[in-house]
Design a protein. Structure first.
Length: 220
């Protein structure tokens, strides 16, 4: 079970300063509000924000650095997550690459934690509680993830997720706490009126798997 504990920042160790022989001096890095979320002299702290859904969390990147070469982002740090009360061991990483107008989902299972982020582009993400024993059963929330905000969404087991691509192309990345098992997956219809989900379109591009699902997740 996810537990949020008090975060105790520690003083960062001194960093060695070295130059590579023959390296060309680079311009000073451009300052960014998202570059560091920790006070000077303190170790980084993972920012975790709650949502309306119990167990679903928003994670902000701990390290985000920009300069003339581009951008560097740390999207997962096991120790910092543990310090923030997230004790999840991820064993598999996957990506899906989709073009504008594609909708994937809604999929989930009974045992897997997921950490979802957007590596490129922008997509709209729906997360829905599919646990019949929960008082929040079939409640849902929507999020917009992009390569600009660099947010990640932590999704517990028994929750489904689906996403719709808003940009020309998007890379959907997710870490999983268990190995993928197709037989253990459930699928909910993205357009089931009983769920009352909001999507940016009513005519997305969907797979045969997602198109052939009836109401309340029953395959037609």
């Amino acid at each position: 079970m996810l537990q949020l504990r008090e975060r105790r920042p520690q003083r960062a160790p001194a960093r060695a300063r070295a130059r590579t022989a023959g390296a060309t001096a680079a311009p000073a890095p451009r300052a960014s509000a998202a570059q560091s979320r920790s006070a000077p002299g303190l170790a980084p702290v993972l920012t975790v924000r709650p949502t309306r859904l119990d167990g679903v969390r928003i994670l902000e990147p701990t390290t985000r650095f920009e300069d003339f070469r581009g951008e560097y982002v740390e999207i997962w740090n096991r120790q910092l997550a543990h310090d923030a009360g997230i004790d999840v061991d991820f064993v598999q990483d996957d990506i899906s690459v989709s073009t504008h107008g594609v909708l994937r989902g809604i999929h989930g299972d009974a045992s897997t934690w997921k950490l979802i982020s957007c590596l490129q582009g922008r997509f709209y993400l729906v997360v829905i509680n599919n646990d019949p024993t929960s008082p929040q059963y079939r409640e849902w929330e929507g999020f917009t993830l992009s390569d600009q905000n660099r947010l990640s969404i932590l999704v517990p087991p028994r929750f489904g997720n689906g996403h719709y691509v808003l940009s020309e192309q998007a890379i959907f990345h997710y870490k999983q706490s268990s190995y993928y098992d197709r037989a253990g997956q459930f699928t909910l219809a993205w357009d089931d009126p009983e769920l009352g989900l909001w999507w940016p379109t009513r005519a997305p591009i969907v797979s045969q798997r997602d198109q052939g699902v009836g109401r309340s997740g029953e395959r037609s």
